[in-house]
Design a protein around this ligand. Sequence first.
Ligand code: NDP
Length: 322
Amino acid sequence: MSTEKIVIIGSGPAGLTAAIYAARAALQPLMFEGFSAGGLIPGGQLMYTTEVENYPGFPDGVTGPKMMMAFRAQAERFGTRFIREDVSDIDLTSRPFKIKSADNSVEAHAVIIATGARANWLGLDNEQRLAQSGGGVSACAVCDGAMPAYRNQELVVIGGGDSAIEEASYLTKFASKVHLIHRRDELRASKAMQERFFKLVEEGKMAPVWDSVVVDVLGDDSITGVRLENVKTKEQSDLPCKGMFLAIGHTPNTELFNGALDLDDKGYIKLPSPGSTYTSVEGVFAAGDVADHVYRQAVTASGTGCMAAIDAERWLAAAGIE
Ligand code: NDP
């Protein structure tokens, strides 16, 4: 069994940025880039994104998969080694830490966790098909909402929490109208967000559809509307739209760390020292969406990946592990 200075778990922008920094710091990082855990493939959520237009440095945009392949090539160039497997077991109770996958067992002095989070979906067949083909279904309005196809069109956002209001407000900059579909007649969002929402409703930019759920997504190559069901009356109706944005929460990929690290009530890894990536266990660092339910952007994930590598490098040096 090899003993590594640093093992990185997860290969989205957080993990790969951490790998670039750790490799350049001569820490020879070993990355478990995952295989299918959490429904994600190596490269993470961006592998399911078509055009990325908000990552600095790509004035003409870039596809998510192309961007992640470039991140990976850069990490590899500086000596990152990759294992294309999911971690199946991790022991953080003794040092060095022990990490296992189906075919590998390694020890590590420091670990960076960058396993990400997955957007929650409704689970409808057409939803998945149109999300994967770039047909107007997305779980990230900030990532996809500014596309020309959505300009001056009617769009729908599903959810009643802070994310739903934030994403719907963002979309009002482009759309002719945004319909917010919520399964109750009361928002979960904070008071400030609710105020923002009702102001936009007054201005005619937003329209609530209360007590309703989407039971089907309409359209062949791209979305043409959604079929709604009123949860109280069971009545169904079709609402035409050119885009559907899910904002019904995310699930962090932290099942592996239950009981091993402090997690918040939604399962995200707690970072007890603000402005750092230290977790509740010394020598274990977290970066990206696995510890961030607010920003959830590729660029913020990259930023915290960089922080985690620098935190780990300094921690290893202070611990005398060269
Ligand atoms: P939340 O869990 O707060 O809200 C999810 C919403 O989706 C709820 O309204 C819920 O309905 C609805 N929902 C869940 N499942 C389904 C389903 N299957 N079908 C239809 N509707 C569904 O998630 P958010 O992503 O909004 O927020 C996560 C956390 O991040 C919160 O703590 C939030 O405050 C924070 N946040 C803060 C922001 C800020 O301060 N700027 C911005 C974004 C997020 P119901 O209400 O009936 O349960």
